[in-house]
Design a protein around this ligand. Structure first.
Ligand SMILES: [Zn+2]
Length: 525
């Protein structure tokens, strides 16, 4: 799930209601967002302590790739990693930003200094770091937020809430302006917040407590700056379950790298694992009365959706994660119940002990890593048709305004009908029955094995249905995607962003490859 549940799990009627109340809230809300400028830095005492370069992780990792090692040796030391922690608050209509603090993380920048600018055009937001004097763009990265997801809930129509967020960037030599941009109705980015940051100022946090635990190298293929660094965090594992956590992290990483295109690019990744022990096994699942304290605060029932698993405690997440070289995070929760979540550029989660953990791990990582949209639409009641459908920025969903300009056109063979037919009605009939059974199992709190078996039957049924269709392997535009039965289209009939099948469609695979290229050094570029 990414934009989730709200749309996937709540009925279309709820969304309409939220829209209505949001409109009502207009009159009462007076706060406005946007380009407030804050300055957090006062003094500019130069500090050399921050760039204490080589880390255990970097030096331990160079072994397997001699070419990388040679390059690493010839390159200048990596800059330090700066993290700007801020508060993002508001409601469905307005949002504000405020600086919390600036931190120099314990480990050097994990990225390639030749790939500091993000040209992939993904995410609801974009962070830009520019030189305060010259305006030169030093760093940019697309991302999405938990806030944006929450802002589409019914609660956001009548309540203000605040969320901690962070952006990280390589330490600049001079003061910078950090700009947060947001997409407008047409999908173009515009600046919503700017703050000046002097990373050498007195109030920058430079020293932190020693790492409570050391990261475990699950797959180490080279220096972090040359590789995509994936950090697998555990939540809800007791001290006695640490071996189980490590074994599960290894198993799920092995699975990730059995799925294309991760499979072909496995050597471009490092994978680390890290977990702080908890007193009790498993994380909170409030809908069943289960409340556990866990270091990351990861839990089920986020925004009222029983299968939506996230942490809203960004500070705790970043403070643990900073002890490893990382660019991407997947949190394993030590639970059996099906669930997960993924936010582009933030983190993803998966229920590690569920029978479908392999699928959950990759699907949610698809959201987090590449900004892939959910291609499924589980609501049997069609959303109101004929209304405007905004073209999504996600690479694998389209409103198909102009088939001649389809964004994944390069994958479509000449003569392919757009939209492309598929057994939609038969699928939806089966889906309705399946959704009913699923809801009944949850409501009765039946054993997870029954749910897993239902998921198997559902997938087998879809496979059988699709296998008979002439467009089984066609790349085209199949109606039904992005939580909508109509008006949004997906690239192929099946994909692991659509159902619980085991492959990405061509378009999703390509979208993943683009991000691997951004974070690693491709063999040929
Ligand atoms: Zn796909």
């Amino acid at each position: 799930m990414s934009r989730t549940n709200l749309i996937g799990a709540l009925a279309a009627a709820c969304i309409a209601a939220a829209g209505f109340t949001a409109a009502t809230a207009t009159a009462t809300t007076t706060t406005t967002t946007t380009t407030a400028t804050a300055t957090i830095a006062i003094a500019t005492t130069a500090t050399a302590t921050t760039a204490t370069a080589t880390t255990a992780t970097a030096s331990a990792s160079a072994a397997t790739n001699t070419a990388t090692t040679a390059n690493a040796a010839a390159s200048p030391a990596q800059p330090a990693t700066v993290r700007l922690d801020y508060i993002h608050s508001g409601n469905a209509l307005n949002e504000q930003y405020a600086v919390d603090r600036v931190v120099i993380e314990p480990l050097p920048w994990p990225g390639d200094m030749r790939s500091t600018i993000d040209d992939t055009n993904r995410g609801n937001n974009l962070v830009e770091v520019v030189d305060a004097e010259s305006g030169e763009l030093l760093y940019s990265r697309g991302f999405s937020t938990v806030f944006a997801e929450w802002a589409s809930t019914e609660e956001a129509a009548h309540t203000n809430r605040g969320f901690q967020e962070s952006v990280r960037f390589p330490k600049p030599d001079k003061p910078v302006r950090v700009r947060i941009l947001k997409r407008d109705e047409r999908g173009a980015f515009s600046v919503v917040w700017t703050t000046r940051v002097d990373t050498d100022a007195m109030d920058v946090v430079r020293k932190q407590a020693a790492a409570p635990v050391k990261p475990i190298g699950i797959r180490v293929n080279g220096a972090p700056k040359d590789k995509v660094d994936l950090l697998i965090l555990g939540d809800g594992y007791t001290a006695g379950e640490m071996k189980k956590f490590e074994a599960t992290a290894r198993k799920l990483a092995d699975h990730l790298f059995s799925v294309s295109p991760f499979k072909e690019r496995a050597n471009d990744f490092n994978v680390w694992a890290l977990a702080l022990p908890t007193a009790e096994s498993g994380v909170s699942r409030p809908s069943t009365g289960v409340h556990h304290a866990s270091p990351l605060g990861t839990r089920y029932d986020i925004f009222g959706s029983e299968r939506y698993v996230l942490t809203l405690d960004n500070r705790a997440l970043r403070e643990l994660a900073q002890n490893a070289s990382y660019e991407f995070i997947e949190i394993l929760v030590n639970n059996d119940t099906y669930g997960g979540g993924g936010i582009f550029g933030q983190f993803s989660t998966a229920a590690a002990n569920n029978d479908w953990a392999n699928y959950l791990f990759v699907h949610e990582f698809g959201h987090h890593f590449a900004g892939l949209a959910d291609e499924y639409y589980t609501s049997p009641v069609a959303y109101a048709t004929g209304g405007a459908r905004r073209e999504p920025w996600e690479p694998n969903a389209t409103a198909l305004r102009d088939p001649a300009k389809l964004k994944w056109k390069k994958f479509v063979k000449d003569g392919t009908p757009l939209p492309t037919s598929w057994p939609k009605e038969a699928y939806e009939t089966a889906s309705r029955a399946y959704q009913k059974e699923r809801a009944a199992l949850r409501a009765a709190n039946r054993p997870e094995s029954e749910m897993s078996a239902l998921f198997h039957r559902d997938l087998e049924q879809s496979n059988a249905l699709f296998s008979r269709d002439p467009h089984r392997h066609t790349v085209g535009a199949f109606e039904g995607a992005n939580y909508e039965a109509t008006g949004y289209f997906r690239p192929e009939m099946q994909c692991l962003m659509f159902d619980r099948s085991d492959k990405f469609c061509s378009v999703c695979a390509d979208a993943v490859t683009t991000i691997i290229d951004l974070y690693s050094r491709p063999a040929i570029k």
